[in-house]
Design a protein around this ligand. Structure first.
Ligand SMILES: Nc1ncnc2c1ncn2[C@@H]1O[C@H](COP(=O)(O)OP(=O)(O)OP(=O)(O)O)[C@@H](O)[C@H]1O
Ligand SMILES: [Mg+2]
Length: 493
């Protein structure tokens, strides 16, 4: 009996060893991706060797589906199947959906692949499996959608000193939208877009938001949308996929534009719509402009989508973008005038505790000194040539912006708060404003690249552009403070 048991144990051990030897000596298994399943066969892309039609494995019935990873033995029979694998997978953008295949773009190249998810649409992002032949997953729209914000609440009276500009925006943009039918009878349709240009901090973004808000309000599209994106973001998101990004922005807009108004705001537009073929332009740039044109030209007459671009280098925008029927309005948002500065101060000082408001005196008296100082002809920065000769000067009015005025009021508020909390005088006083102005101007003057091209035009007239370029190349330098001015100053009144 004991002998029999020992024999059985030996036999069992023998069997185990045999199967282990078999396992160790068998050729390695291969792996592949299931491209399609038919009645009798399964089409498999075997990694590294191509596509095969392989008989079904009944024992795995139902487990082998399109997109699955399968294990194959040396005879290329399926021995196991697992879920999709996204190791080594790449993200591509869907160009076009056809009945049995989809066209995707990956790193600037187009190819046809199969998709396992039935509801992909152009503009979606999909994950390609390691074979690169199958789209195995659609990324959630959340990841691919552009920031669809609700329209921000900026009524026109939150913007100071741009009365004329706002008037022309209302008549050229708002009016045709509100009275669409009347305009249509005269063969005219609302504009598709506008370019807002001007120095930094003077209200381009603010105006774009106000346009969106007031359009939504006056056209009864209270649930309007605002898509805000910076040029460099379009460029950087997936290198080489920039034109797909442009397409996706408009795709997102079209999805919601049915019934709602959508304002697409592209800030720092010069970074992507720059003149084609210029030294800085590359293939990536070159493909964005045509894509934008396709999108804009494709918008129907009755669309509810309006594109606003903003830049402080209006000269670098590709003129093709600015042709009629596209972004065909150019709106300058300049530095505030003296009256504008009073107005902007007024907006930010409104509702703030202030000192010394006697009967009949206006809030303006508080800012009088500061505003007059900003608009005095005192030169603060002089342009000199390599011989040290002064060619002209910038004054504070060439630096001032709405953003700076807001900064001055914020700073003055802090001074007043500090004082009040230690038992001092309550409210903002003239001294607070002056002190804040000093600090703000000093800090801004330290930034050498402060003046943009339009400021050079304001100071030097027709020669502005040329001198600005010469300064950028290092030929003309700045000397802080006053200098001997040799050429007549312009635009300083
Ligand atoms: N005309 C103005 N009236 C009231 N506030 C202003 C005005 N201009 C600028 N501001 C204030 O400055 C902030 C910055 O302005 P905004 O972002 O609109 O400038 P921008 O022209 O878009 O500048 P950038 O070129 O730097 O983008 C605004 O949020 C607002 O608080
Ligand atoms: Mg801005």
């Amino acid at each position: 009996m004991a002998k029999n048991e020992a024999m059985e144990a030996l036999q069992r051990e023998n069997l185990l060893l045999k199967s282990e030897v078999e396992r160790l000596s068998s050729p390695p298994f291969r792996a592949g991706t299931v491209l399609d399943t038919g009645k009798k066969t399964v089409r498999v892309f075997v990694d590294g060797s191509g596509t095969y039609e392989i008989g079904h494995n009944e024992s795995l019935n139902g487990k082998v589906k399109r997109g699955c990873r399968v294990t194959l033995n040396k005879d290329l029979a399926i021995v196991d199947s697992s879920e999709f694998s996204d190791l080594g997978s790449q993200v591509a953008t869907v160009d076009e959906v056809e009945p049995n295949r989809i066209r995707v773009e990956l790193k600037g190249e187009h190819k046809y692949v199969l998709s396992i998810s039935p509801d992909v649409r152009a503009g979606d992002e999909v994950v390609l499996d390691s074979s690169g032949l199958l789209a195995i997953e659609k990324l959630s729209r959340k990841k691919t959608k552009y920031n669809l914000e609700r329209v921000p609440q900026i009524p026109w009276d939150r913007i100071g000193g741009l009365e004329e500009t706002i008037k022309s925006i209302r008549s050229e943009i708002e009016h045709p939208f509100v009275h669409r039918e009347v305009y249509a009878r005269y063969g005219s349709s609302p504009i598709k877009g506008a370019l807002l240009f001007g120095p930094p901090g003077c209200g381009k973004t603010l105006v774009a938001k106000a346009i969106a808000y007031n359009l939504a309000k006056t056209t009864g599209h209270e649930d309007g949308h605002f898509i805000s994106i910076k040029g460099p973001e379009i460029l950087n998101m997936w290198l080489g996929n920039s034109e797909a990004n442009v397409r996706r922005i408009y795709q997102s807009a079209r999805e919601v534009a049915n019934g709602a108004l959508v304002v697409i705001f592209i800030d720092e537009a010069e970074s992507i719509f720059r003149v084609r073929g210029s030294s800085v332009s590359t293939d990536a740039y070159d493909s964005i402009v045509p894509q934008l044109l396709t999108e804009m030209d494709g918008l129907e007459e009755n669309h509810n989508i309006i594109t606003l671009l903003a830049t402080n280098r209006e000269d670098s925008i590709d003129p093709a973008v600015l042709r009629p029927g596209r972004i065909d309005r150019k709106i300058k948002i300049p530095r505030p005038s003296r009256e504008g500065a009073y107005e902007i101060f007024g907006i930010y000082l409104k509702d703030k505790p202030v000192q010394g408001l006697f009967k009949g005196s206006k809030r303006e008296s508080l800012t009088h000194e500061a505003v007059e100082r900003i608009y005095s002809p005192e030169p603060v920065c002089t342009v000199v040539n390599p011989h040290g000769e002064a060619l002209g000067s910038f004054t504070y009015r060439n630096m001032i912006s709405g953003a700076m005025i807001k900064g001055i009021v914020d700073r003055a508020c802090r001074y007043a708060i500090e004082r009040e909390t230690v038992g001092g005088t309550i409210g903002i006083g003239k001294e607070d404003i002056s002190r804040a102005l000093d600090t703000e101007l000093r800090e801004n003057l330290e930034l050498d690249q402060f003046f943009v091209e339009s400021d050079w035009n304001d100071v030097f007239g027709d020669k502005g552009k040329q001198m600005y370029e010469a300064h950028k190349r290092g030929y003309l330098q700045f000397r802080k403070g006053p200098g001997q001015i040799q050429t007549a100053e312009r635009g300083q009144q």
